[in-house]
Design a protein around this ligand. Sequence first.
Ligand code: TYD
Length: 216
Amino acid sequence: MGIFITFEGIEGCGKTTQVVLLKGYLEAKGYKVITTREPGGTELGEKIRQILLNSNSENITSWTEIFLYEACRAQIVKEIIKPALEHGRIVICDRYIDSTTAYQGYGKGLDLESVHRINSLASQGITPDLTFAIDLKPEVGLKRAWARINNIKTTEREDRFEREGIEFHKQVREGYLKMAEKEPERIKVVDGDRDIDSIHREICGIVAKKLETAKG
Ligand code: TYD
């Protein structure tokens, strides 16, 4: 079996940059790495992503929303994550089950027990070996996320979650911190309010340790 690493955090925390950097680091060491993202990652998943993240879908209910995220997940696990892990690859996924717990559970208030149940069903029980929760104050993250969105000249902006109030994002952040407290071995909180390279070096150190343990 390969190794499964996920990246989590609020909008604008910088995780997508870190996914790319970690992939480069691991490939330079000779590992075969597959990166993917949620929602999306498969042909079907990318279509569902359009529905989920387009601000025109504003009257979607929280339950409809969670089932759409889980539908994406069921597909990405079956098509990409599970086969890659079975082939011994390192899989890095930008968001996964913990996003659902943080956003739909802690953020939107769906009961956590149900969220865990459907997460587990859609993911076929495949839990990451290591998860980085890049921690940042929502004030800082949202400022970054908006700067990025305003540079996109399209009517199909993926900005639905950025339009949620600051309180929502505070709940999401708190959710991640609580989850990390419950599962400190798997979920590593990394301070995202630093330069890109320092964050990258911390992440590489943790991954290197994990790879050592996996070997032994
Ligand atoms: P994305 O553009 O990938 O955001 P980011 O660049 O911050 O990763 O959009 C993903 C959005 O979907 C993000 O706001 C979090 C949200 N989301 C959920 O609410 N639940 C989920 O289960 C997942 C996977 C994502």
